[in-house]
Design a protein around this ligand. Structure first.
Ligand SMILES: Cc1cc2nc3c(=O)[nH]c(=O)nc-3n(C[C@H](O)[C@H](O)[C@H](O)COP(=O)(O)OP(=O)(O)OC[C@H]3O[C@@H](n4cnc5c(N)ncnc54)[C@H](O)[C@@H]3O)c2cc1C
Length: 480
């Protein structure tokens, strides 16, 4: 088995950003994940907000990396060809007794170095005509944004792979032992050897860390449930709308997404099961009631999906980013709950520059390329020369997903990249085929056939998500 200098466990946004930063250097890097795609767990199911940093307690890792990370998003999203918009956020007070807390948050923002402005009720109503008319005021944070979380992780890993990182999917780490200079990392299928191991395993980071030594922190997932609305009603909200935060998190928000949908949620309840992604009607009813208090006219008759994500909530109440007590060559990057997504570029840089560099000699690569190949999303680009382009590239004239207007050309493009989709869900996240109103009812059979033809396998072998999640069970009629 090939030996590595650095092995990263977990290809969520944290592992992806560490891998991309390591790819700048002349070191052999392996990125492992137990899932059939990168960014398949927490990094796949969250609010997708690039928080300004007004909320984390000053002096914490959360505050430091949130504020640094936020500033890095314009350049990274440009390089990775990912949709990102600085739409700004409004944290609203609906009652007079909440106004002192708004002032406290404004003070905290100042300490964190975040630009904010306190707004009067009238100013808020002007900016957000659909807000509860009884609003008392708000904290405006202009640097908050929204991002396409799916392609952020996918393209970060693609860029890392293009620069030499090796990606291994469907590899669940089961044990870690030090043998001489190397760690032997065993998965259910193989053994990997690496001088340095980085644990970026999300909700499982405590389990991975405990494979090396006893630890004094634990992760209990905190589940968040959401509604996704179709993209119909324009201008329902113009900014990310938050309530005031509590010890449970930033509260239930109402926001637009980079794809033009609206997102309402999340709830915040602790769960003992790291893999529990079920939603339940009473929790969603509560989400709906709380969101409607802020924005009464949310059109819940246009909900097209509900989903849940699990925050890797840590007993330390902060990100754990440190060497293991026993050995500097094992690095823990755990407890990366919100604001973990926005923090990820800064965490990736810190881990590589401040933790890996002192223990491994690393030379910068001369040929490192920070950019991914441009992705042509015909419908979004609204190219003036659309007609000419699709005539010249005929696959772009064939629509596969009608709801989201995804063409065959886009699907073949993502399949030809260095971090391609292997499942229907992975293809959906990259192209949006199946994300629309019919939720794949019409395009999924075609997507299955395209995947089967591309990989030269039977459609029966195409999975929805993980390795053992086929959509088709057996052939029952003649057909193709
Ligand atoms: C409801 C909710 C809302 C949120 N909203 C925001 C927000 O708006 N803005 C923001 O900045 N942050 C937000 N977050 C936080 C953000 O999503 C997380 O901080 C971030 O996604 C964590 O990324 P990660 O890579 O550390 O973990 P993950 O994405 O979970 O990745 C860890 C990876 O490790 C892999 N793994 C685990 N065990 C093993 C093993 N044994 N072997 C191999 N691989 C393994 C997993 O398969 C997984 O892919 C939110 C989170 C939730 C749940």
């Amino acid at each position: 088995m090939e030996r590595f200098d650095v092995l990263i466990i977990g290809a969520g946004v944290t592992g992806a950003m560490i891998a991309r930063n390591l790819a700048k250097y002349d070191v052999k890097v392996a990125l492992l994940d137990k899932e059939n795609d990168v960014g398949n767990l927490t990094s796949n199911a969250n609010s997708a907000i690039i928080h300004s940093g007004y909320d984390p307690l000053p002096g914490t890792n959360k505050a430091k990396f949130n504020v640094l990370g936020n500033k890095m998003f314009d350049e990274i999203c440009e390089d990775l060809d990912v949709n990102f918009y600085r739409v700004g956020s409004l944290t609203v007070a609906l009652y007079d007794e909440q106004l002192p807390l708004l002032k406290e948050l404004a003070e905290r923002s100042k300490q964190n170095g975040v630009e904010v402005k306190l707004l009067s009720a009238e100013e808020v109503k002007k900016m957000e005509p659909n807000i509860n008319p009884n609003v008392k005021g708000a904290l405006f944070a202009p640097t908050a944004g929204i991002v396409d979380v799916f392609n952020f992780v996918v393209h970060a890993v693609e860029n890392a792979v293009d620069n030499g990182v090796k990606l291994f999917l469907n590899e669940e780490v089961t044990s870690i032992v030090k043998e001489g200079e190397y760690y032997k990392v065993k998965t259910q299928k193989e053994e990997f050897y690496s001088k340095v191991v980085i644990n970026a395993a999300g909700c499982y980071a405590d389990k991975i860390a405990s494979m090396v030594e006893p630890i004094d922190w634990k992760i209990t997932p905190r589940k968040g449930e959401y509604f996704v609305l179709d993209h119909y009603k324009e201008g329902l909200v113009n900014h990310v709308i938050f309530p005031l935060p509590s010890e449970k998190g930033k509260g239930i928000l109402v926001t637009m997404t980079t794809s033009g949908n609206y997102l309402v949620g999340p709830s915040s309840e602790l769960t003992d099961e790291k893999d529990d992604y079920r939603t339940d009607p009473p929790t969603l009813k509560n989400v709906r009631a709380q969101a409607s208090e802020m924005v009464p006219s949310i059109p819940f008759n246009q909900v097209i999906r509900v989903f849940a994500g699990n925050r890797p909530t840590c007993t330390r109440h902060d990100f754990v980013i440190e060497y293991s007590k026993k050995d500097k060559n094992f690095i823990n990057v755990g407890g990366i709950e919100s604001p973990g997504f926005v923090s990820s570029p800064a965490i990736g840089e810190y881990v590589v520059e401040q933790l890996v560099k002192p223990i491994l000699s690393m030379k910068e690569k001369a040929n490192y390329n920070p950019k991914v190949r441009k992705y042509h999303r015909l419908y979004n680009e609204m190219r003036e020369d659309n007609y000419k382009f699709s005539n010249e590239h005929l696959n772009y004239s064939e629509i596969i997903c009608n709801c989201e207007k995804v063409t065959l050309g886009e699907i073949l493009d993502v399949l030809s990249r260095s971090n391609p989709p292997h499942s229907v869900k992975a293809l959906k996240r990259r192209t949006r085929a199946g994300f629309g109103k019919c939720q794949g009812g019409f395009c999924q059979p075609r997507v299955v056939l395209i995947l089967a033809k591309y990989y030269g396998v039977s459609p029966l072998e195409i999975n929805y998500d993980g390795e053992f999640s086929p959509i088709l069970l057996e052939k029952i009629k003649g057909g193709r």
